[in-house]
Design a protein around this ligand. Structure first.
Ligand code: HEM
Ligand code: HEM
Length: 215
């Protein structure tokens, strides 16, 4: 079992993740090209202006209006993206397989960032359950996506600390990481791929067409 999930399944999940992401982006470009009003309106200046505003915490009015949610959303995403990339255990696997390696974060930092992802995800869950205006627009798929996003962190943490049977947790961890990678291009987790383009379009439409701001 371990050999299968840590061998062929890793290959399959990375191929589906990268191939699927390219496919989704190419499809998006083709669709946008058909709509004659999209590309002619795109402006590099207004795209960058909007993107910069939306990746800086508290730069937009909406973020300032919900400061707690802003901190939680940024903390969740920063830890979610950076931890797996700069994790020592993951780096060692890249080195073993491909003889490539890069900077790794101290293991304590990785632990703290993992805990941040787990707690911020619990916050998202409670928010969806408790706030009527959020519950109203929440579907089963929202809980499923949150689970897919947080599962590699819970199982990775448990495997690393060996609080539960190590081999089982490790296998569960690898499977949950693979599910996340495969899910990114084909579920709403694809917002990771589209964010730059939707923001760029909104920025261009507001900046170049309406002469206003979109933040
Ligand atoms: C695709 C296949 C993956 C493999 C083969 C893999 C492998 C591993 C291994 C071997 C460990 C260390 C366990 C130990 O110390 O014994 C680990 C830990 C961890 N992994 Fe993965 N992983 C994968 C995907 C992911 C993904 C997609 C994420 C998150 C997005 C992730 C997040 C973590 C975290 C947060 C830890 C523990 C950090 C800590 O508390 O120190 N992994 N992984
Ligand atoms: C790296 C580029 C990414 C950007 C710019 C981004 C941006 C966003 C934004 C703007 C939101 C809405 C937050 C709010 O309501 O205030 C969001 C929500 C979310 N993102 Fe991302 N995201 C990225 C990557 C990811 C990845 C890689 C995952 C997981 C694999 C992920 C999982 C989630 C989840 C689960 C939510 C919903 C939380 C909830 O239940 O309310 N994101 N993201």
């Amino acid at each position: 079992m371990y050999e299968f999930v840590s061998g062929p399944l890793v290959w399959i999940s990375f191929i589906v993740f990268i191939g699927g992401s390219i496919y989704r982006l190419v499809s998006m470009f083709k669709l946008a090209d058909k709509e004659k009003v999209i590309f002619p309106y795109m402006s590099l200046k207004y795209s960058l202006r909007s993107l910069i505003h939306w990746i800086i915490p508290f730069a937009s009015t909406n973020m300032r209006r919900r400061p707690f949610m802003t901190i939680i959303t940024f903390a969740f995403h920063i830890c979610l993206v950076l931890t797996p990339i700069f994790l020592l255990s993951h780096n060692l696997l890249w080195y073993q397989s491909w003889k490539i390696s890069w900077w790794t974060m101290p293991e304590r930092t990785a632990d703290i960032m993992t805990i941040i992802v787990i707690f911020t995800a619990i916050f998202f869950l409670i928010r969806r359950l408790v706030l009527p205006e959020v519950r109203f627009v929440t579907f089963l798929s929202d809980y499923a996506l949150l689970t897919v996003a947080v599962a590699p962190f819970i199982t990775g943490f448990l495997a690393y600390h060996q609080w539960l049977p190590y081999k089982t947790m490790l296998i569960l961890h690898i499977i949950s990481g693979e599910i996340m990678l495969i899910a990114i291009p084909f579920t709403r987790l694809s917002h990771m791929l589209y964010f730059v383009f939707t923001r760029a379009y909104m920025g261009s439409e507001f900046g170049a067409v309406r002469n206003s701001k979109d933040w």
